[in-house]
Design a protein. Structure first.
Length: 277
């Protein structure tokens, strides 16, 4: 049953987001086609950088679509969760042979998947849209810059930077979980009231977000500031690495703990204070 609920939500969200994905990819493909029909070498000689990037109108349309993807993703999370739990669909959803925790998990995972699909589509469309080969060609020509870039890449792919990057990816994942659960909790709080639900939900979201952001910043800053660093000058790499490592691990632990607390808050209100329209 939980798979059926997941599939139903997945298809419902897809109907709203996929048109934006298609628009972003189509704009990228059109701009790429225009670039293929443009004499890049001649444009370089004439210093016509604008023409080398394609149509400005297409770039504007692309950024509008990307902005629409972000806005629509947030809008879908809010409206889909609210309507399926507290709206007319709530009578069906809450009579399914599922525990409240299973319903929350199904929707949380669904929204996470669509958020990362959105990121992937934006990344692919940007790769199609922008003439990265122009930059690569010019970087190869500039020997000094190429050597500096090569050094930076080698440093980045060293073990310590890979470790920091993995920590950042883990933190970003839990940060997204935390953000979605804040939306869930705000909607649950708003539905405790019979009127002005939207206003209450918005106020609740900002208050909860500010509280958690303040605590997160304080905890992370404390972890990065209180370092036992014997050398403050000279080789700064160990300082940066230690600071980033401690800050990242602290941020991960905080996001994990706050996500658990938020989940239990949503679960409690869903179980004990379910107020359907």
């Amino acid at each position: 049953m939980i798979l059926k609920l997941f599939k139903y939500d997945f298809m419902n969200i897809g109907k709203k987001l996929i048109p934006f994905y298609i628009a972003a990819l189509v704009i990228g493909i059109i701009n790429r086609f225009l670039l293929l029909t443009t004499d890049i070498s001649r444009m370089e000689r004439e210093n016509n950088f604008l023409a080398m990037f394609g149509s400005p109108l297409l770039y504007f349309a692309y950024f509008v679509v990307v902005f629409g993807i972000f806005c629509m993703t947030v809008f879908v999370i809010i409206t889909r969760y609210s309507s399926s739990i507290y709206g007319n669909e709530g009578y069906l959803t809450n009579t399914l042979p599922l525990k409240p925790s299973q319903i929350i998990w199904a929707k949380l995972i669904n929204f996470l998947i669509w958020i990362f699909i959105s990121y992937f589509v934006i990344f692919v469309s940007m790769f199609i849209l922008f003439p990265f080969e122009f930059f690569i060609r010019n970087i190869i020509k500039d020997t000094e810059f190429y050597q500096d870039l090569n050094t930076i890449v080698k440093e980045f792919f060293s073990s310590k930077y890979i470790f920091i990057s993995i920590l950042q990816l883990i933190y970003n994942f839990f940060a997204h979980v935390q953000s979605i659960l804040i939306i869930f909790l705000s909607i649950a709080i708003a539905n405790l009231f019979k009127s002005y639900k939207v206003v209450v939900g918005v106020i609740a979201f900002f208050i909860i977000s500010i509280i958690f952001s303040f605590i997160s910043a304080s905890v992370t800053y404390s972890a990065m500031r209180n370092l036992d660093v014997p050398v403050m000058y000279g080789d700064i790499d160990p300082i940066i690495f230690t600071s980033l490592r401690n800050g990242s691990i602290t941020s991960i632990l905080y996001s994990l703990i706050s996500s658990v607390l938020l989940f239990f808050g949503v679960h409690y209100l869903h179980t004990h204070n379910l107020n359907l329209e």
